[in-house]
Design a protein around this ligand. Structure first.
Ligand SMILES: [Zn+2]
Length: 262
């Protein structure tokens, strides 16, 4: 491999997180004292408005790790496309200091998330999801983001900074945009985390991810796919199957399991 390919591979690894264990953070609900849920366990809370008519996306960042405006704008746009929140979705920014040393683990992310949540996840009619942007890297190499429970995800800016492609294509900004949407997709239950899709679009090699390289939920790392993304852009949108799954959960035609409320 020459330098370019290695750089491109690094760019691809962004794409996104890593094996399911890394990306989904080994969430084990029944070992937890609080009902934190698994990624996807608050999908209906977002997709429907029966109980939650508004939503807050809390962005907790360490100094120097605030996400780019294009990332949070895109996040809002994607959520508004699929979630039913007649009273709106807002973003709250909060600078924090985790004072955390060493490599992040799913447990550490979960612990810090719940220490720093600025409000209840399920507060009357308002749903709160939380994104952590900590300093430092994940314990598993190349992981850019993790979804660790029903309401919490983390993006690792230090790793994202290193994951741009050759000549800055894709750029760090493109990478961050895609990862933020990808991880939110897991909170929405994609792919097959809390339901079974009528469409065959889950990658059998990478459970919880799409087999469509044009979906933001794609998980691709193999040389055959490299050329497809080498100078191309990274997907940052849900594809038709993803959207159909979300619509099906929303209208009840696809049953959703493991929901924290119903
Ligand atoms: Zn993932």
């Amino acid at each position: 491999m020459n330098g370019l390919h290695i750089k491109a591979l690094a760019g691809l690894l962004l794409l996104l997180c890593s094996p399911l264990a890394g990306c989904l953070g080994d969430a084990v609900d029944d070992l937890l004292p609080e009902r934190k849920g698994i990624p996807g366990s608050l999908a209906l809370a977002c997709l429907q408005s029966d109980r939650f008519t508004s939503m807050v996306v809390e962005i907790d960042y360490e100094p120097g790790y605030k996400p780019m405006t294009s990332s949070t704008d895109m996040l809002l746009e994607r959520l508004e496309e699929v979630c039913d929140k007649p009273n709106g979705i807002s973003v709250e920014f909060s600078e924090v200091n985790y004072e955390f040393e060493g490599a992040w683990t799913a447990d550490a992310v979960r612990e810090q998330a719940w220490i720093h949540k600025s409000g209840d996840v399920m507060d009357a009619g308002e749903l709160r999801w939380q994104l952590l942007f900590p300093e430092g890297e994940y314990s598993e190499n190349g992981v850019l983001g993790v979804a660790v429970d029903g309401s919490s995800i983390a993006l690792f800016g230090d790793t994202i900074q290193e994951s741009d492609g050759p000549f800055g294509r894709p750029s760090v900004e493109n990478v961050e945009n895609s990862v933020i949407v990808h991880e939110i997709g897991h909170l929405l239950g994609l792919v097959n985390l809390v339901y079974t899709s009528p469409a065959d679009h889950e990658d059998s090699e990478h459970p919880g991810h799409s087999n469509n390289e044009d979906s933001v939920m794609y998980w691709a790392v193999n040389s055959a796919d490299l050329a497809n993304i080498f100078f191309g852009s990274i997907p940052n949108e849900f594809d038709q199957d993803d959207l159909a799954d979300l619509a099906g959960m929303a209208d009840g035609s696809i049953p959703a399991d493991d929901q924290l409320w119903s």
